[in-house]
Each structure stands twice: as structure tokens, then as C-alpha cells.
Design a protein around this ligand. Structure first.
Ligand code: GSH
Length: 185
């Protein structure tokens, strides 16, 4: 099995955490944007190869890895909805990050202002979740931690007024699979 990705991507990190949690043997192949543009129709990382299986989105990859290990994945509608909310905030934050890096003034358009507002309202809602302070963590919580860590690393969000999120993030920074997949400094 081969996982293609970068060490900074929060989507890839979630897959790497699950590989560690499930003790699944997998080669990690560091992949830049030029390579993913050629190798994957989505032109993004992560993507995964396992014999005849070729998966091009972290959500499918996570389902594949959890099921291979006999574990459940986003089993309830409620959990799936929470996952979607975290993922929407992550996707939106990543889009604005790439747009700003390409020189777009994010305050100049109704669309980008609405994206920024979506991030703030999602963070406020996520701060209301019942979040654990130690393992075990489910895939909603792992996704949330990968998102918060990356968005803080990229200076895209401020969670000073969200104490629940801060405490959750402090706790998960003791979880070995999370520690071992930290963005290299
Ligand atoms: N929905 C995808 C999102 C993956 C994604 O956005 N990956 C980013 C890296 S963080 C990427 O490869 N972006 C390159 C681009 O958009 O050109 C997933 O969950 O795998």
C-alpha cells in the first residue's frame, strides 16, 4: 500500500494518524503539487494505491483503512454531520489560504467575505461540541485536531475565545499518533 501526500496537509495527516492507529503497513511517498496534478484526477493529495485500489480523497481513504482494520467509520448520521461541518471549515480555510497566497484580496468580494464568516460561525459551533481531553478519539475529533493545528500553524484562525477547542487541542497533543505526524518545523 502506498499513500501519497505532503507532511503539511491536514487531510494527509488524518490518514497518517489512522495508519498508525491501525498498525497498517504503508509506504508514504512525499508528493508535491506538480506530481499530484499528473497522478490524480483531483490534482490534490492525499491519494492511495493498494493493488487495484486507487482512492483520490481522504474521506474514502479513511473509510478504506478503518474497514480494513475492522473498525467503524462515521457510523451515525450525527457523527457524519459533525465530520462534514469540520471538513467544510477546513476546506473553506484552505481555499482562502491558497487564494490569498495567489494575491487575492479576501475582503474585496462578497463570496470570500462569506467564506470567512463561515469559518468563524463554524468555529463557534465546534466549540460547543462535547470534546474529549484524552484518547480514544473518533474521526470527527481527529479531523478537528488536524484542522485546528494546521490553521493555527498557517495563522488562518484565532481560537482565543474558544476555550473548549483550546483544551481539546492541548489534550490531543499528548496522543502519540498525533505527535508523530506533527508538521515538521
Ligand atoms: N477533499 C480532499 C481535499 C484534499 C486537499 O484539498 N488537499 C490539498 C492539500 S492540503 C491539495 O492537494 N491542494 C492542491 C490544490 O488544491 O491545488 C480530501 O479530503 O482529500
Amino acid at each position: 500500500m502506498k499513500l501519497y501526500g505532503s507532511y503539511t496537509s491536514p487531510f494527509v495527516r488524518h490518514c497518517r494518524i489512522v495508519l498508525l492507529e491501525t498498525n497498517c503497513a504503508c509506504e508514504f511517498i512525499e508528493t508535491d503539487q506538480a506530481t499530484s496534478a499528473v497522478r490524480s484526477p483531483t490534482k490534490r493529495v492525499p491519494f492511495l494505491e493498494d493493488g487495484d485500489v486507487f482512492l483520490t480523497d481522504s474521506i474514502a481513504i479513511l473509510k478504506y483503512l478503518r474497514e480494513k482494520a475492522g473498525q467503524s467509520y462515521l457510523a451515525s448520521t450525527h457523527e457524519l454531520n459533525q465530520f462534514c461541518m469540520v471538513n467544510t471549515a477546513l476546506d473553506t480555510t484552505a481555499n482562502l489560504f491558497f487564494l490569498e497566497r495567489d494575491g487575492v484580496d479576501l475582503t474585496a468580494y462578497e463570496y470570500t467575505r462569506r467564506q470567512a464568516a463561515r469559518i468563524e460561525s463554524s468555529l463557534a459551533e465546534l466549540n460547543q461540541l462535547d470534546l474529549p481531553l484524552h484518547a480514544p478519539y473518533n474521526d470527527v475529533q481527529l479531523r478537528l485536531a488536524c484542522y485546528l493545528y494546521w490553521a493555527l500553524f498557517r495563522n488562518r484562525i484565532n481560537i482565543e475565545s474558544h476555550k473548549n477547542l483550546q483544551d481539546f487541542l492541548s489534550g490531543i497533543q499528548q496522543h502519540q499518533p498525533f505527535v508523530k505526524t506533527a508538521i515538521p518545523m
